[in-house]
Design a protein around this ligand. Structure first.
Ligand SMILES: C[S@@+](CC[C@H](N)C(=O)[O-])C[C@H]1O[C@@H](n2cnc3c(N)ncnc32)[C@H](O)[C@@H]1O
Length: 289
C-alpha cells in the first residue's frame, strides 16, 4: 500500500534545530508523490517528518545524541516531557531568585542552564540535549572545535511552557511509531531505497562549518543522487537559495533533476544572529520527477 503525506496546518515545534524546515514542510509535502517508504537521511529536527512518517520509514543523521533524542521521544514520550518539566521548573525558580536579588547577568548565569549544558557535553545525554536546545539563543545548534555545544542561554525566553511541550511530544511520538531512526552517513541511510520509495534530502549548507558537524562533500553527494536516479528512486532536495537580491544557489548539475523551485523561508533566525539585517530567504527545492 502506498502512503501520502498527512495534511496538517502546522508542524509543532519538537526539536529545535538549525536549518529547520518546519515552516516549509506543508509546501514541500504537497509536492511529494505517493510512496511506500519515506527516507530522510539528513534528519536534524525533522521538520518534514511529522507530515511524511509512515511505518517502515527510515530517518537518519550523523549526530548520535540527536538520534538518541529521537529514539527516546519515540519510545518514552512521558519521560521526555517529565524531564523537561522538572528542568524548566528549576530554571524558572533560579530566574525568579536572580530577578529578586537584582544580580547582574554575566558569564555562566543562569547556573542551571550552564550546568545542564556541561552535563550534556560530558555525557551527550538526550534529555540534556532537549533542554538546552529549547532554551539556548534562538535554538541555534553551535559547537566549538572540541565538538562541545557552546550556544548561550536565551535571556528573554525561558523555554516553552511544559504542558504545551508535553502535548507536542505526545503527538509527535504517536506519529513516528514505525519509523526506524539510524545514526549513520546519508549514503548508508538511502542504500536500501527502492523504486516506490521517496527520499527527502536537506543537507548542511556548504561552508557552514561552525554550525554543523560535517561539511558536505559535493561530488560524493551528487554521485549519490545520480545513483538514486539510476535506481529510479524519487527524491526532493532542499539547497541554498536566494537571500535578498543575492543568488546563493549551488550548481546542482542539470542532468540530475527535472524541476527547480524556490520556496519562501521567511526570516531565518540564523541570519538574524550571524549576518546582521534580516532579509527574506528563498530556498531551492530540486525534484528528480
Ligand atoms: C539542514 S540540517 C537538517 C534540518 C532538518 N530538515 C530540519 O527540519 O530540522 C542537516 C543535518 O544533516 C546532518 N548531517 C551532516 N552531515 C551528515 C552526513 N554525512 N550524513 C548524515 N547526516 C549528516 C547534520 O547533523 C544536520 O542535523
Amino acid at each position: 500500500m502506498l502512503n501520502t503525506p498527512r495534511a496538517a496546518k502546522a508542524v509543532p515545534s519538537l526539536i529545535k534545530w538549525t536549518g529547520s524546515k518546519r515552516f516549509q514542510a506543508a509546501g514541500i509535502a504537497a509536492l511529494i508523490p505517493p510512496y511506500r517508504r519515506y527516507f530522510e537521511p539528513f534528519l536534524g529536527g525533522g521538520g518534514l517528518l511529522y507530515l511524511t512518517a509512515a511505518p517502515g520509514s527510515v530517518a537518519g543523521d550523523l549526530y548520535g545524541p540527536l538520534i538518541g533524542l529521537w529514539k527516546l521521544i519515540q519510545s518514552d514520550p512521558a519521560r521526555v516531557a517529565e524531564d523537561y518539566h522538572r528542568k524548566w521548573n528549576a530554571l524558572k525558580k533560579e530566574l525568579g531568585d536572580l530577578h529578586a536579588s537584582k544580580i547582574r547577568w554575566g558569564e555562566g548565569i543562569p547556573g542551571f542552564f550552564y550546568s545542564v549544558r556541561s552535563a550534556f557535553n560530558e555525557t551527550k545525554g538526550p534529555l540534556e540535549l532537549n533542554f538546552i536546545l529549547r532554551t539556548c539563543v534562538n535554538g541555534i545548534v553551535r559547537f566549538n572545535h572540541q565538538g562541545d555545544f557552546n550556544n548561550s542561554f536565551h535571556l528573554s525566553r525561558p523555554g516553552m511552557e511544559p504542558s504545551r511541550f508535553k502535548a507536542i511530544v505526545t503527538a509527535w511520538s504517536a506519529t513516528i511509531q514505525g519509523v526506524k531512526f539510524v545514526c549513520r552517513d546519508y549514503q548508508r541511510t538511502v542504500a536500501s531505497a527502492g523504486k516506490d520509495d521517496f527520499v527527502y534530502f536537506d543537507p548542511p549548507y556548504a561552508g557552514n562549518r561552525q554550525r554543523y558537524i560535517e561539511n558536505l562533500d559535493l561530488p560524493r553527494f551528487f554521485a549519490t543522487l545520480e545513483d538514486l536516479n539510476k535506481r529510479k528512486v524519487k527524491w526532493a532536495l532542499s539547497f541554498d537559495g536566494r537571500r535578498g537580491g543575492a543568488d546563493l544557489t549551488h550548481a546542482v548539475p542539470e542532468r540530475l533533476f527535472k524541476r527547480h523551485l524556490f520556496l519562501r523561508n521567511g526570516n531565518s533566525a540564523v541570519n538574524k544572529v550571524l549576518n546582521g539585517p534580516v532579509e527574506n530567504v528563498d530556498e531551492s527545492l530540486y525534484l528528480n520527477y
